[in-house]
Design a protein around this ligand. Structure first.
Ligand SMILES: *[C@@H]1O[C@H](CO)[C@@H](O)[C@H](O)[C@H]1NC(C)=O
Ligand SMILES: *[C@@H]1O[C@H](CO)[C@@H](O)[C@H](O)[C@H]1NC(C)=O
Ligand SMILES: *[C@@H]1O[C@H](CO)[C@@H](O)[C@H](O)[C@H]1NC(C)=O
Ligand SMILES: *[C@@H]1O[C@H](CO)[C@@H](O)[C@H](O)[C@H]1NC(C)=O
Ligand SMILES: *[C@@H]1O[C@H](CO)[C@@H](O)[C@H](O)[C@H]1NC(C)=O
Length: 803
């Protein structure tokens, strides 16, 4: 399963009995706006006090709430109680829905998924999305960056990519979605892509344009109609919907376009208009922001414009003509839209999922992504300033990637991981987490121990200190030991890296180089330049003992693991609740449908099948039921509806049955008549010594005749008796009886009449058989398709032309 954060799908509506999720939830926005949650993606991993969250808060029709952890929660009314959900829980609801949808489409359980997130998502945000997948019972194979997913969708089926030896093809991807703007440059060779650089404006998206329109019309309606739209959330929501439509229309049409909303507020109908030129003026501040990320990404990639092969644009907002123009002007070439603007990312995720899943056979495609924000480690050190620091991942460093850093320590120590460049981070907190390396002890001689710490950025783009080990010299060891031989290379093969989609081999190799010690790192030596990694494995003269050390991680904004488990449990309870509510609703709807359907038919096709008196009584009953459904029966247990339906059916079903019998009976009798004729004809021909039947046995044929006679007698008497009855009476014979009578007849007659002639009689054998097989004895009985060397060049019926 894949998930692209589609703004139009990411809706969850909570109600007194159930949840409505996905597109259907969007329909609840006007009636249940306080409990219909949307636009929550960027609250993942953010504190309630985060300036972004605080900035969004007044624009939301639902309430945010500060959780005990300081994280952002969403307060709604659910099951008639005030409830606060974490963002992870809300996203898990969405994932649950998508999981169910996929499962019902695929008719099998779905567990694996790939989810795309904005490339600028920091650790805290990524971890929070990962937690959501866990709450929904999914296994996230990879969090993939939006632009990387697009690049994958672009590259995987391209047949004409340069070979690995040739210069790569550089493609720019521009994704302007609902709420963010992302640009990346990827270099393609056959079978692989390498992200060269990414840039973004996390706060520029289609929504800015919608909001500008909303603001504009709020002002206008205030002036013209004296309406204070801002005070009415419902009106704002309706206006937003209309503005979104208007924006789309303006992308296709330059003329003045109207906006009309009936009964907008205080029973007033409002109208307005706008054209594209006015729209562009209104949105000028946003349009101006398009260029900066384009510039940034080009600078980082160090490519010149003529080294760019193509500029691919995706995302709904790239449909705005002036945005397309700006992009195309910047790069000096036409933008291409070979990728479906809305689906490219989802396709990329699907492909990634397929590549990673053992269940699919997809061509392999290697992806090397880049680290958008440099990461630094800091620790206490005995140097003058008391701290040591090391930038472990520089900007645009390849990812996923592991590194080993060696420390000399006598006691347990803490590593603080943080983003090195606060000014570039679209997140207010530079901290990633504190990792405490425990159980560190000095060497027996009192010297510092070597501690090897492995840090990594995994396939989800999440940083961690993944392991640490204490290296002890064994007896007889030399003085200055290079302990490069530690099997870090093999250790890289953590399960998630060992998918078919391997980390680019090259970068993996380089990544295993080690920062030998603290001082080397703080002197800013470029990691990896010091030692030849290949040398590592080849000088194990000295015996060392390596002991794994426990690491205590304290990660920023991370959900408590115990709480996470409670959420998993609660999500499954909610799933059960939804299922029960759905069954209850279905049972209620079934009663309602039955009432309407039966009432219609009683005045229509069922009219003749019941007496007027019965019909009146039943109609009354249906009316009572209808009223009941709106009153006392509005909110009952499922069983009450089931019983009610049974009750109605005990009256309705007999009428329905009579109708069906009456409809189907003539056809059944006709079918029976045909069979009787068929076998009768065979008996007749047999008696006339027709050569086609002369191999048959007399006794058996008389059995056939008896059976045919008996069947005919039965049929005639039943038809006769039935014709005496009125349509409203119970029929004397059921269609099912007729069918079983036909079967009985076939069982006796068919094997006899259709027995093939003994072999080697004459040339007609073949033809006889094939005719017989096609059309049964009728063929012979008809006298067509002559048995005597019957000539196939003129088939007797159209059916045969099929072969
Ligand atoms: C939730 O329940 C309401 C009424 O109980 C019903 O109308 C709605 O269709 C339900 N939603 C879903 C998704 O089942
Ligand atoms: C643009 O919209 C106007 C007003 O609704 C309409 O008359 C015109 O036909 C539209 N033009 C195009 C090209 O769709
Ligand atoms: C994209 O995702 C990867 C994980 O696949 C991550 O390591 C990397 O930092 C991300 N790249 C960008 C440009 O955000
Ligand atoms: C079948 O019916 C025909 C005519 O109704 C009669 O002549 C014949 O003897 C009957 N055959 C048997 C086996 O009952
Ligand atoms: C079938 O008919 C064609 C001409 O109509 C004739 O040439 C052919 O010999 C016939 N075949 C047999 C098997 O009678």
């Amino acid at each position: 399963m894949l998930l692209r954060w589609m703004f139009h799908v990411a809706w969850v509506s909570l109600a007194s009995k159930n949840r409505t999720i996905g597109n259907a939830a969007k329909g609840q926005i006007i009636t249940n706006f306080k409990n219909t949650v949307h636009g929550f993606k960027k609250f993942h991993g953010r504190a309630f006090d985060d300036p972004y969250v605080q900035g969004e808060k007044p624009k939301l029709p639902y309430s945010l709430h500060k959780l005990a952890s300081g994280n952002t929660g969403i307060k709604v009314r659910y099951l008639d109680e005030d409830k606060v959900f974490t963002i992870e829980q809300v996203t898990a609801m969405l994932l649950t829905k998508l999981k169910e949808t996929s499962e019902s489409a695929l008719k099998k359980p779905v567990v694996d998924c790939v989810i795309s997130v904005p490339s600028f998502f920091t650790d805290a945000e990524r971890r929070s999305v990962m937690d959501a997948t866990q709450i929904a019972g999914l296994n996230c194979l990879r969090l993939i960056n939006d632009t990387t997913a697009v690049a994958l969708a672009y590259g995987i089926y391209k047949q004409d990519l340069p070979t690995p030896e040739e210069k790569p093809r550089n493609v720019v991807f521009v994704d302007l979605g609902h709420s963010s703007f992302q640009v990346s440059i990827s270099a393609f060779n056959k079978g692989k892509l390498k992200v060269l650089a990414t840039a973004f404006d996390p706060y520029l998206g289609g929504r800015n344009f919608d909001e500008a329109l909303v603001d504009n019309f709020c002002e206008e309606f205030k002036a013209r109609y004296k309406l204070n739209v801002r005070e009415n959330p419902r009106a704002i929501l309706r206006l937003s919907q209309e503005c979104e439509k208007l924006k789309k229309l303006m992308s296709a049409n330059c003329s003045d376009l109207p906006i009309n909303i009936e009964c907008f507020m205080n029973d007033i109908d409002v109208t307005g208009k706008m054209n594209r030129v006015q729209f562009e003026e209104l949105c000028a501040p946003f349009l101006m922001r398009v260029e900066a990320p384009l510039k940034a990404v080009m600078e980082q990639s160090k490519l010149s414009r003529d080294e760019i092969y193509a500029v691919e644009v995706v995302g709904g907002a790239t449909r705005i003509p002036s945005i397309k123009e700006r992009i195309s002007k910047f790069f000096g070439k036409d933008v291409s839209t070979t990728l479906n603007a809305d689906e490219a990312v989802a396709r990329g995720c699907a492909l990634q999922c397929a590549i990673m899943s053992p269940a699919f056979k997809v061509r392999e495609f290697s992806i090397t992504d880049v680290v958008p924000f440099p990461i630094t480690l800091r620790w206490k050190s005995p140097t003058e300033d008391g701290v040591g620091e090391c930038e472990v991942y520089s900007k645009n460093h390849a990812a996923p990637f592991s590194k080993v850093i060696t420390f000399h320590k006598k006691e347990p120590f803490d590593l603080e991981a943080f983003y090195s460049l606060p000014q570039e981070l679209p997140y207010p907190d530079i901290r990633i987490g504190r990792f405490s390396v425990q159980n560190v002890v000095p060497q027996p001689d009192g010297e510092s121990s070597k501690v090897k710490v492995k840090v990594r950025i995994n396939v989800h783009g999440i940083f961690s200190v993944s392991s640490a080990s204490l290296i002890e010299k064994q007896k007889g060891e030399g003085e200055d030991v290079q302990m490069d031989m530690e099997p870090t290379v093999q250790n890289e093969g953590r399960p998630e890296d060992q998918t078919k989609m391997q980390v680019d081999q090259e970068s993996q190799g380089q990544g295993d180089q080690q920062n030998e010690d603290v001082s080397s790192c703080s002197k800013e030596r470029v990691p990896g330049e010091k030692q030849d990694p290949a040398a590592g494995g080849s000088k194990p003269k000295v015996k060392v003992k390596s002991t794994d050390l426990p690491i205590l991680a304290n990660i920023i904004r991370q959900l408590d693991r115990g709480v996470l488990n409670d959420f998993v449990e609660y999500e499954s309870q909610m799933i059960v609740q939804d299922k029960l509510e759905k069954e209850r609703n279905d049972a209620k709807n079934a009663v309602e449908e039955y009432v309407y359907d039966l009432r219609d038919k009683l005045c229509g096709i069922y009219e003749k099948y019941t007496t007027e008196e019965d019909s009146n009584r039943l109609t009354m009953m249906l009316e009572d039921t209808e009223n009941w459904l709106y009153e006392e029966g509005e909110d009952q247990d499922k069983q009450v509806y089931v019983d009610k339906l049974e009750d109605l059916k005990s009256f309705g079903q007999p009428i329905q049955d009579k109708h069906r019998e009456q409809e189907d009976r003539p056809r059944a009798f006709e079918e029976m008549g045909k069979k009787i004729q068929l076998y009768m004809k065979a008996v007749e021909l047999y008696k006339q010594k027709d050569e086609r039947y002369q191999h048959l046995n007399t006794e058996e044929m008389s059995n056939v005749e008896k059976c045919v006679n008996e069947s005919m007698g039965w049929m005639n008497s039943k038809m006769n008796a039935q014709s005496q009855l009125t349509i409203a009476q119970d029929p004397v014979v059921k269609v099912a009886d007729i069918i079983s009578k036909i079967q009985e007849l076939d069982e006796v007659c068919n094997p006899v009449v259709n027995r093939p002639k003994p072999k080697a009689e004459d040339v007609s054998e073949e033809n006889y058989k094939s005719n017989g097989a096609h059309n049964g004895p009728r063929q012979g009985a008809d006298g067509k398709g002559e048995a005597k060397g019957s000539n196939q060049t003129k088939p007797p019926s159209g059916e045969m032309e099929i072969d």
